[in-house]
Design a protein around this ligand. Structure first.
Ligand code: G6P
Length: 588
């Protein structure tokens, strides 16, 4: 996690760095900092809290043409000025995203060499190593090479050396890093949104490559210090894509982009009820493992139900942080599907690498183009969600569900099912335009909320509960309805609203009985369903359009997202940047 940026060029660096950092806040926002060069001297300013706190104490008028910036999600050491980046040791000032796993042994070794440390971070060993090697060899590229050889873990690093203030240096391994160029100079950033205010042209730095930026030039070297020619990528969207455009929060804006995101994803793979060449022709698989974290895992659960039901393939779904350490049984006809919005999640990447080490085919379902997971998988299918800024995923989730449903059709070979996707955008629009305040009103005062459902609806309950938890800090619990009686029902009383979801006809009577059971224990119940059933087991009802099971999860998630949004709003939460979270979890 953490976001890093850098600029070197002909214009003032500080306003550019602050602007870029704001677009990386989704990566962490407990503290931030900036380093810039003025009168041949490196100045560092750091502050706890969000970028707006840093902005208050930085003089944007300073005429500096080179600088680094950082927004932090604390891993080693509490959020404090001392632990915020940039970190400086001797001649080297550094910003870092990732974790240096062997930092303690390096730190102890350097302490023995009389090097002083001033923070609790793992990061500080990077400038310390650079400075240590620099004392023996003044060639900065050699020094970086030696430093990389010592580091274990993940890192994207930006560097300024006091003796060479006309260059920015950068290198990466595991954590993402891009380099961009406009007419004024060069940029360094963890992700594309950070540079979109200036340019849409960028290069992706590969593992252990080293970049040297000056105001006129960018050179990239391999670890052996051979010069490498890099491909320039063009980002398809505009800056509009990453602006609020009149919405109060990114989460709401992104939810309201869902019909477009659905169509963009569908139209990328399907034309006139047939798959286009963009869809992969898969060989026959006996087994599919789906792996992801957080919401991506819940997309995987939806995929598990759809692929096994429609394509008749044995599918299991697992959270990546468990999967990567488990004894996993592969055979030659196993496909491992990794789902990840960012394409950088550490556990998901590790799960992918584990499958590859076992020579198993891997497929990535990813949103961020050129991300590590997309690059390392054997096959990649992109969802067309565009940049997602709110920490709680919404439109990317919907796009992933769209794609996994298309994948179920592809693997099933029942191409007639593609017709079921036609016109779904109208249902999406309909659900986006309902008023969810009345539901939010009944939930926001409580500290607990339960979601109950069966099979695919249970997967949606998990996502609904996660959305509510992360945005409103309500303790939301998803329960497979059949499990209610095995303990959890003891928690039900008039202070626990229960949201029951049922979109499957054959599960209707079961879920209704479960709702009756909680109603009998005084719970306030909201029923989300596609049948207009009149009864007294619910207090409120949301009727969603009746569509085929293959596409039903795509639309059913929308009320859950919007309820979470309006509850969080009523509770006055920081909706786009919930406490303690970060969007891109690049550490284990
Ligand atoms: C974080 C985000 C979640 C996301 C999960 C997996 O926890 O807050 O919204 O589902 O990471 O991220 P990924 O980028 O792999 O989908």
């Amino acid at each position: 996690m953490c976001g890093i940026v850098g600029y070197i060029g002909r214009e003032k660096a500080i306003p550019k760095i602050l602007n870029s950092l704001k677009f990386l806040e989704y990566r962490g926002y407990d503290s931030s900092g900036i380093a810039y060069v003025k009168d041949n001297h490196i100045n560092i300013i750091k502050e706890i809290g969000k970028i707006k706190c840093l902005e208050k104490i930085v003089d944007t008028m300073v005429d500096s043409k080179i600088g680094l910036g950082h927004t932090r999600w604390a891993t080693h050491g509490i959020p404090s000025v001392k632990n915020s980046h940039p970190h400086q040791v001797g001649k080297f000032t550094v910003v870092h995203n990732g974790i240096i796993e062997n930092y303690l042994s390096i730190k102890n070794e350097l302490i023995k060499n009389n090097i002083e440390f001033n923070s609790d971070t793992d990061t500080e060993v990077i400038p310390a190593l650079l400075d240590y090697y620099y004392k023996k060899d003044k060639n900065i590229l050699n020094v970086i090479k030696k430093t990389i050889s010592r580091l274990k873990g993940s890192y994207a690093v930006g560097i300024i050396c006091e003796d060479d203030i006309n260059h920015l240096y950068a290198f990466r391994c595991g954590s993402p890093l891009i380099i961009a160029k406009d007419d004024s100079g060069y940029y360094l950033a963890s992700d594309v949104p950070a540079i979109l205010s200036f340019t849409n042209k960028y290069i992706l730095l590969d593992e252990k490559e080293i970049a040297v930026l000056s105001k006129n030039d960018c050179e990239v070297f391999s670890l052996n210090l051979d010069k490498i020619h890099k491909k320039i990528n063009i980002f398809e969207g505009t800056q509009e894509t990453i602006m609020l455009n009149g919405y109060e929060h990114y989460m709401l804006k992104e939810i309201h982009e869902e019909s477009k995101v659905f169509l963009d994803t569908l139209n990328y793979y399907v034309k006139e009820n047939k798959f286009k060449d963009t869809m992969i022709n898969f060989k026959k698989y006996n087994k599919i493992h789906i792996v992801g974290c957080g919401s991506a895992y819940y997309v995987g659960l939806i995929g598990e139900y759809l692929i096994s039901e429609f394509a008749n393939i044995e599918v299991t779904c697992e959270v990546a942080s468990e999967y990567r350490y488990k004894k996993v049984f592969y055979d030659k006809k196993t496909l491992v599907i990794i789902i990840s919005q960012s394409g950088e999640t550490a556990d998901s990447l590790a799960a992918l690498r584990m499958a590859k080490e076992n020579h198993i085919d891997t497929l990535a379902i990813v949103n961020v183009v050129g991300s590590s997971i997309s690059r390392e998988a054997d096959y990649t299918l992109y969802v067309k969600a565009g940049p997602e800024i709110a920490v709680a995923t919404t439109k990317a989730f919907l796009a992933q569900v769209t794609l996994i449903s298309l994948l179920a059709v592809k693997l099933s070979n029942k191409l007639e099912l593609l017709r079921e996707f036609n016109g779904l955008e109208k249902h999406i629009e309909y659900l986006l335009n309902l008023d969810y305040n009345e539901y939010a009103e009944t939930i926001y005062k409580h500290e607990n909320t339960f979601f109950i459902g069966r099979l695919i609806d249970y997967a949606l309950c998990l996502e609904g509960a996660l959305k509510l938890k992360e945005t409103s800090y309500i303790n939301a619990l998803a329960i497979a309805s059949g499990e209610l009686k095995h303990g959890t029902i003891s928690l039900i009383n008039e202070n626990v609203p229960v949201i029951g979801i049922c979109t499957k006809k054959d599960m209707m009577s079961k879920t209704i009985s479960n709702l009756k059971e909680v109603k009998a224990r005084c719970a306030y119940t909201i029923f989300i369903t596609n049948e207009d059933i009149q009864d007294d087991f619910y207090d409120k009802k949301i009727i969603i359009p009746k569509v085929h099971d293959i596409v039903s999860p795509i639309i059913t998630v929308i009320p859950l997202q919007l309820i979470a949004y309006y509850v969080a709003k009523k509770r006055g939460c920081d909706i786009d940047k919930p406490r303690n979270l970060a969007k891109s979890v690049t550490v284990e």
